[in-house]
Design a protein around this ligand. Structure first.
Ligand SMILES: [Zn+2]
Length: 250
């Protein structure tokens, strides 16, 4: 129990860092550059108002200086990293190497999810970082699947590239095509199809619902990256169950 709380706290701290990083990165602001400030009144945020989750609750979700609401992205991202850390720990314990690999990959995927959702762009930096981490992990563990995983990456990427060309970039962007390389190598041949299937199903369903309730016009762009990320996380963390289901169906 104590360990769970420690892990959750660690996740909150990483989540807090990711919250700041995903806000600054698309704006070209260095993460090393000074303390965070309120985007409304530009008041520098003191350390005691910058404690993950707790500060948001204590401040009642409002800036201490100007009383304007603080974006819910802060507690939401912090919580999702906190719970993600606990889930990954119990999923992979006691395989510490795999656990660390998934913890890092999870953080990268959360960054991609948030940045694409908010800015409709997937920066190459996160995709290549993710591929580098996967490659390092595969080398260290002497993975037998390294070539089949690379193949999966290329096939997924080419598949999305074809859709990108056919739809002339209306369905997805080149960022999604590049992300498919990371998704493919991470998922591997066995999970690549369930991954893309789930992403298209959830993405298509959400898009249709948004159009139905007229939140989005047919032309307006809904980023596809968040669906690719969510579907990837689901197939990765529930791979055994998904394989069992597929085995029963096929
Ligand atoms: Zn303020």
């Amino acid at each position: 129990m104590l360990f769970g709380i420690l892990l959750f706290t660690l996740g909150l701290i990483f989540g807090s860092f990711i919250t700041a990083f995903t806000w600054r990165y698309p704006r070209g602001i260095s993460i090393a550059k000074g303390r965070s400030m309120c985007p409304v009144c530009r008041h520098k945020i003191s350390w005691y108002d910058n404690i993950p989750l707790l500060s948001f609750i204590i401040l009642g979700g409002r800036c201490r200086s100007c009383k304007k609401p603080i974006s819910v992205r802060y507690p939401l991202i912090e919580l999702s990293v906190g719970f993600g850390f606990i889930f990954i720990f119990f999923n992979f314990y006691p395989d510490y190497l795999t656990m660390i690999y998934y913890l890092i990959t999870y953080c990268i995927l959360v960054c991609i999810f948030v940045i694409d959702l908010e800015n409709q762009v997937i920066p190459d930096f996160f995709v290549f970082l993710g591929i580098a981490i996967w490659f390092l992990y595969s080398i260290i563990t002497g993975s037998q699947a390294i070539f089949s995983n690379l193949l999966a990456g290329f096939v997924c990427s080419i598949f999305l590239l074809i859709i990108y060309l056919v739809t002339r970039g209306r369905g997805m962007g080149l960022g999604d095509v590049k992300f498919a390389l990371l998704g493919g190598v991470t998922a591997g041949l066995g999970l690549a199809v369930p991954w893309l299937l789930l992403a298209f199903l959830t993405g298509g369903l959400t898009g249709s619902i948004l159009i139905l309730v007229r939140k989005a016009k047919l032309k307006s762009k809904i980023a596809f990256g968040p669906f690719l990320v969510l579907a990837l996380l689901i197939v990765l963390l529930w791979s055994e169950k998904i394989n069992t289901i597929l085995g029963l169906l096929l």
